[in-house]
Ligand binder design. Structure first.
Ligand SMILES: *Cc1c(COP(=O)(O)O)cnc(C)c1O
Length: 396
């Protein structure tokens, strides 16, 4: 049977065709009026996509580049920093903050779990200069309570900064960046924006800009103040990833169309789409007797499912690829072999979701050697879909 290559990975994610065309046909030089127009329009649209009035910067790097910028620009060596971690990406914050010589206090929870607000509150002493956390921990499929954490940080009354890696949170989670008082929020091109890897972006609050006036950690390429100055003139400090900007412009146009001309509404649609696909996938996995790895606070970005007892999740990943040319993600680090992850970030629709669950039924039958009630995962997902679309229709 014919097989199409499909990504069900939490980045890179499937590409939007219109963005691919825009990228392939783009030739403008970056120090021209044409490019400055595109650059300025994209930055303005990105504010709407993120849902913020803060300055937005888009840099040529992977997501980790802007994570590093959020550390190098906001800290001085010796600063006390609180890192909230419950997975591989949380551990990346710890490593980054240590690399810049800060004094790190880590609140860590086991993989698959999230923090209680009481635990966070007890760590928020007045000397904490900044808090670093993920919106969604892609390695475990857990969602963290950014709203609750932000409330606690702002309630301290100190000028403690809150930095959120929302690289898989943006476009999959409703986030009120300005209302909650998030100081730096970070995203990446290869996730909900449906374009290739290579761009990462952030929105920076006034409080964060002020902090940068006094911080001492070294920085050069990722000097955000320099980028802000250039951006005000429609340029980036160094050569921007020009064709990726063209792709980003097309992706933002697509999201605006989703929202019938309103980019903010399109973002909400994209989030609701991910929420629905995630709920269908959770129902499908449970119907097959699989366990959710992060059952108490599952993210809409990605669903992590545990492999059945005695099965290495690598066998599931392999079977998806070999039988269906579909790529799902294995666990990372210590979670490798134990779980597999199916993503819902960006350009996924109903048919992708149903198809992936139908494939999962065959994959499980193959790797366990046991019979699977075909249609059981699909049926559970269909029921979720019917319920949700009826509810949405009723409220329309
Ligand atoms: C993908 C991802 C990143 C960024 O990884 P890069 O490989 O540097 O783009 C960071 N945090 C989270 C939560 C992610 O999902």
């Amino acid at each position: 049977m014919l097989r199409k290559n499909r990504l069900f990975t939490p980045g890179p994610t499937p590409l939007l065709p219109a963005a691919q065309f825009a990228e392939a046909s783009f030739t403008a030089h970056h120090r021209t009026a044409d490019f400055r127009n595109l650059f300025t329009r994209v930055l303005a649209d990105m504010k709407e996509f993120i849902g913020t009035q803060n300055d937005v910067l888009v840099l040529a790097c992977s997501g980790t580049g802007v994570m590093e910028a959020a550390v190098s620009n906001l800290t001085s060596p010796g600063d006390k920093i609180l890192v909230l971690t419950a997975g591989k990406f949380g551990e990346r914050w710890t490593a980054l903050v240590e690399a810049y010589g800060c004094q790190v206090d880590t609140l860590s929870k086991p993989y698959g779990e999230t923090f209680s607000l009481d635990e966070v509150r007890s760590r928020l002493t007045p000397d904490v200069r900044a808090v670093y956390v993920q919106a969604t921990e892609t390695s475990t499929g857990a969602r963290h309570d950014v709203k609750g954490i932000a409330k606690l940080v702002r309630a301290t009354g100190n000028d403690t900064l809150l930095v959120v890696d929302a690289i898989t949170g943006l476009g999959t989670t409703h986030l009120d960046v300005d209302g909650w008082g998030v100081d730096i929020i970070i995203g990446g091109s290869q996730k909900a924006l449906m374009i290739p890897p290579g761009l990462a972006y952030c929105a920076v609050s006034e409080r964060a800009w002020q902090r940068m006036e006094t911080t001492k950690s070294p920085r050069y390429y990722f000097d955000l103040r320099k980028e802000r100055k250039s951006a005000a003139k429609g340029e980036s400090a160094y050569t921007p990833a020009t064709s990726l900007f063209a792709a980003l412009g097309a992706a933002l146009d697509y999201i605006r169309q989703l929202g019938a001309g309103n980019l903010g509404a399109g973002r909400e649609d994209l989030v609701n789409n991910a929420e629905l696909a995630a709920e269908m996938t959770r129902a499908g996995g449970l119907a097959l007797g699989l366990k959710l790895f992060a059952p108490s606070s599952p993210a809409a970005a990605v669903t992590a499912l545990e492999a059945p007892a005695g099965v290495d999740s690598g066998a599931i990943v392999k079977e998806f690829r070999e039988s269906f040319n579909a790529v799902v993600a294995n666990g990372q680090g210590e979670m490798k072999g134990k779980l597999f992850r199916m993503a819902h970030i960006g350009y996924y629709d109903y048919l992708d979701t149903i198809g992936a669950l139908a494939a999962l039924e065959h994959v499980l039958a193959h790797v366990t050697g046991k019979s699977v009630a075909f249609g059981s995962a699909v049926r559970a997902a269909q029921e979720v879909f019917a319920r949700q679309t009826e509810a949405a229709g009723a409220s329309r």
